[in-house]
Design a protein. Structure first.
Length: 99
């Protein structure tokens, strides 16, 4: 394995995916989703995290070094975009709480 970050990305992406699903469920159960775009944005971040999990898992399982490096890089990029998305989601939630 060229880089061992795939194992960490897989674990953390799966955990953050649970966070996103919790946010979506909380918004829908409180009927807040009808007036907010936060749940749609959280759904997009959840999709990014799912693809990050899939790429990191494939990177761990493959025996081809070139495919391993490529899928690990894709997983890292998707994970980074997801982190930025989660930052935006938390900021939006805080702004709604403050108002």
């Amino acid at each position: 394995m060229a880089n061992k970050s795939s194992q960490h990305i897989l674990n953390t992406s799966a955990t953050l995916l649970g966070f996103c699903l919790f946010v979506i469920t909380s918004l829908h159960s409180s009927k807040y989703s009808a007036t907010s775009l936060i749940d749609e944005f959280t759904s997009v971040v959840a999709l990014l995290l799912i693809f990050s999990c899939m790429c990191s898992f494939y990177s761990i399982q493959t025996v081809h070094p070139n495919i391993e490096k490529r899928t690990e890089k894709i997983a890292e990029l998707l994970f980074a975009f997801s982190l930025v998305g989660i930052l935006i989601i938390v900021t939006l939630l805080l702004l709604d709480i403050i108002q």
